[in-house]
Structure formats: C-alpha cells, structure tokens
Design a protein around this ligand. Structure first.
Ligand SMILES: [Zn+2]
Length: 507
C-alpha cells in the first residue's frame, strides 16, 4: 500500500536525494512525519492538508505516515510539500500514480494550494539528473534557474491543481527552456573613469590577474571605493563551470532574480561593516554568507578596521582555503568561498594621516589602537597592500582619462591563460596562482636564485611570516605572467615585495 515519491534536500550547496515514503494506517486521523525533519518540514503537514482540500480532494481520514529516507540526512526547507501532497493523493487513490515514476518533485505549497518558490532549485535539479530522473516538477518561479541543467525535463507549475491534472494525464506542462544568457557585459563601471592612481591601478590588475587579495589604504575620498567597484570589470569572463558554481550558491540563498537562468556576471559584494558573523560566513540554517555569495567574484570590505574583530577573524579560514566550514547539530557542511578580497581602510581614525595637505588630528595612541583592530594573521593573508594618494585637482580636471577596463582585462586574460597552461602541464589542481598551495607554489613559480635572494632579504627586513613568504612568491608569479615570463626573476620579486608595506606604513 505504501508509495514512494522522489524528492531531495540541500546539504550545503549540493542536492541529496530523499525518498518520500507515504503510508496510510487505519488509526485515528493524524499526520506523522519521521526521518530527521526540521521545523519547516514538520509544518508541511498543515500546508499540505489545506492545499489538498482547496484543490477539491479529500484529506485521508486515517493516520498518514510520511517517512523521509535516508534517516541520517537532516531534511530542511519547504520543498517537500509538493511530493508529500502528490504522494498522499496517489496513495489514497484519488489521483493516478503512474507518472510518479521517473519524476522528482520539489515545491512549497501555500494554504490555497499555490506553488511557491523554493531555495536551491538548481542544485536539486542537478542531483535529479545525476540520479537518472526523467523530469523534475517544481514551482514555475524556479523553472528558469532549473532549466540551466540539460539532459532532464524541467516543468514548472503554479499550483497543486496543475500538478494533479498533469498526473492524471489531463494536461501537459510545457518543459521550460534555458533562458538565453544576456550578453556578457562585464561591468558597466570602467577604469577609464579613474584618472591618475597608477600604483593602485597596477595593484588592481595584479590582483585580478592572479586572484590575489588587495588592501588599499588612504584618506576618505581618494578613490578606493571607485577602484574596487571596477575590479569585476577586469576579471576574466566566466567559464561555464564557474557560472554554474555561482548560480548554485545564489540559488541556495534564494537570491536569484526571477526568470534568471545562469548568472553571467562575477558577483561584487560589499557588505556594511556592521554585518554579523552569520551574515558574513553563513548561518547554521545554511544560508550562504557574503564570503560564499562573492564566490568567483569580489568581496569588497570598505573601512576594514570598523568590522567586528570576530567577523574579521572568521575570514581567515576562507582566505586560506577558499571555502567555509559551518558546523551544526547534524554535522559540518562546507560551502565554497573563493572570492578575491578587496579591502579598504583609512590610515588612522580621522583618515588624514599621510595626506599631502590636510593635517591628521589623531593622538599616536589612538592610531595604534585603530591599527591593532586588524590582526597580523589577517594582514598576512592580504597579498597586495598599497597606499592610495588623493589625486590632485589639476590632474582630475585636465589629466588624460585612464586606460579602459577592456584593455586591462585583455592583459589579465593573457596572464590567466599562461597560468592555466602551466598548471595543466605540471598537473596542479588550481585555477590561478592564488589557489596554489604547498610545494606547488615553488614548482609553479620557478624562482631564479636572484629572485629568492630578494625575497629572503625582504622577509628579514619586514619581519614577515612563512605564510607571507608563500604569498609574495605567488604574487611574483602573477607579475611574471603579466609579462609573459616563464620563470620568476629578480625584478618580478622586487615588485611583489613592494606591495608589502614596511613597518610604520603598515596597518
Ligand atoms: Zn588621523
């Protein structure tokens, strides 16, 4: 008598198949949902009962037992409403069960029986294809993102009524086609609008070419935010698998614009400094945080020392591993968090330390306290550190426009293609220089003896850690790649070392 409808749940950014097994027992009428359901799944019973009655069917006057298997996976969210409703109607023989075969169901039901948008439709559909399902049925609002997956029929429905008519063979649901991707426009902000700032622009280009992290220090109004906002426009265009990675995370976060298929732009996230720890790295309910939403793009943290110390310390893991591990009762989950960090900071509390014309009003002790908010281990992980000076009024009005983003991006793409060819030849699993780890760093950089001497003497002079050593070598590798050089030579290393601020200028 029992019947199984296929569905799934999310673990991190992955879909996991779940069998929704439904049985009717001759006992007092009630609904029991077992198999590690969370609060939202337990509340499903009331939504399903109401939706079934609104659709003109009878809710069985028996004990309805819903068993979600396997039992050791925590089931979260509201996507089980639809498979539970479809299963109850089929097991009570009010609706044909024939079309359950090969179909996966996902969808939240309103009390009136309308299908509501769920989180994670893209990873759930990818999972359905892997499991060999023929089709998925889900809320119409989710159909565009799910249709990105080829090799499986994606059918959107707007109500339980429509799904029932389809199960009965009285109506066909039109398969949703993948939306044509909007033209790849990069970013509408162009570096041509930035005049002067040669050094900061160079740092931005290196950061983009190798996927490195960047800190800009300078007075308010000197253009740090303007520069950072132009970073996505000089990053290489998205590869399909990167676009899929990003869309998957945004799908799980429930942030995809309606009707959006694949995300075609690199994300630029700029959270305010008052953000909470859960907002930054993600929460126990497994909503991706800003570090994950910025995956394959840019995470811009303006006024870095104003962020809570706790939030900044939580960033150390993702900066090292390009992923964040969240712990919850049912175990740990890893979410991708491979954004390039671009941070900006004032040099002191008033902001004018080192300014050519305005005096700094801060007491030395206040400056020290301000700088102490950023820990050494965090700064160690920021590869490129640069002072940004205010541009004089004259060069703002009369100076030539800056080089356009398209020209910078062409160099970045060339440098990236040098990297990917080398990494492929060496058999190293990394996408760019910033992702190099362990002994692969030295192998890929292939530094000349002179480059190593420059590096050693800088380490000694600035008193840097072993972690900084590896990071400077990676930056030098990127500088050599921008030049098309096969090995890291002395001048590449000198330039890489110049992006580590000496004591006194360091935050
Ligand atoms: Zn000051």
């Amino acid at each position: 008598m029992a019947l199984v409808a296929m569905s799934g749940t999310l673990v991190g950014v992955d879909g996991v198949p779940i069998q929704v097994e439904i049985d009717l027992l001759r006992r007092l009428p009630s609904v029991v949902i077992v198999g590690l359901p969370d609060g939202a799944v337990r509340e499903s019973a009331e939504r399903v009962r109401s939706a079934i009655q609104q659709a003109g069917f009878e809710f069985p006057r028996k004990r309805v037992v819903v068993n979600l298997a396997p039992a050791d996976v925590r089931k979260c969210g509201t996507a089980f409403d639809l498979p539970i409703a479809a299963g109850i109607l089929a097991v009570s023989e009010q609706v044909s069960r024939q079309r359950l075969e090969g179909t996966m169901f996902f969808g939240e039901l309103s009390l009136e029986g309308l299908l509501r948008r769920i989180r994670g439709a893209l990873p759930l559909t990818l999972m359905a294809r892997e499991q060999g399902a023929t089709r998925v049925i889900l809320p119409l609002e989710n159909a565009a993102e799910a249709a990105v997956v080829d090799g499986i029929e994606v059918m959107g429905a707007s109500s339980l009524d429509e799904v029932v008519e389809w199960m009965e063979g009285r109506r066909e649901l039109a398969p949703t086609q993948a939306a044509p991707s909007p033209p790849e426009a990069g970013s509408s902000l162009d570096l041509a609008e930035v005049r002067g700032q040669a050094r900061a622009r160079r740092a931005l280009e290196i950061a983009a070419a190798g996927g490195h992290n960047l800190l800009m220090v300078g007075s308010p109004g000197c253009g740090k935010t303007m520069l950072a906002a132009r970073m996505p426009g000089i990053l290489p265009s998205l590869a399909f698998d990167e676009a899929l990675d990003i869309t998957r995370i945004w799908s799980v976060a429930g942030l995809l614009p309606e009707g959006q298929g694949l995300m075609t732009r690199r994300p630029f996230r700029a959270p305010h400094h008052t953000i909470s720890a859960a907002g930054m790295v993600g929460s126990a309910s497994l909503r991706p945080g800003e570090v994950s939403l910025a995956h394959h793009g840019v995470l811009f943290l303006d006024e870095l020392p104003e962020f809570s110390r706790h939030v900044l310390e939580l960033l150390r893991g993702p900066l090292e591993d390009r992923a964040i591990t969240l712990t919850r009762a049912a175990g740990t989950v890893r979410l991708p968090a491979g954004a390039a960090l671009v941070a900006a900071a004032n040099p002191c509390p008033c902001g004018y330390l080192g300014h050519p014309s305005r005096p700094c009003a801060c007491a030395p002790a206040a400056i020290e306290r301000y700088r102490a908010r950023l820990s050494g281990p965090l700064l160690d992980r920021i590869d490129l550190q640069v002072w940004v000076q205010p541009v004089e009024a004259e060069s703002l009005s009369r100076g030539a426009p800056g080089e356009a983003s398209s020209a910078v991006r062409a160099r970045v793409e060339r440098a990236r293609s040098h990297q990917s060819q080398r990494l492929q030849v060496l058999g190293i699993a990394a996408r760019n220089n910033a992702e190099l780890a362990g002994s692969a760093i030295r192998t890929a950089a292939d530094p000349s003896p002179e480059a190593l001497r420059v590096l050693e003497s800088t380490m000694e002079r600035l008193g840097l850690s072993a972690r900084a050593w590896a990071r400077m070598l990676k930056v030098a590798r990127t500088i050599a790649d921008l030049e098309g050089a096969t090995r890291v030579e002395g001048p590449h290393m000198l330039e890489a070392c110049s992006f580590r601020l000496p004591e006194g200028e360091r935050l």
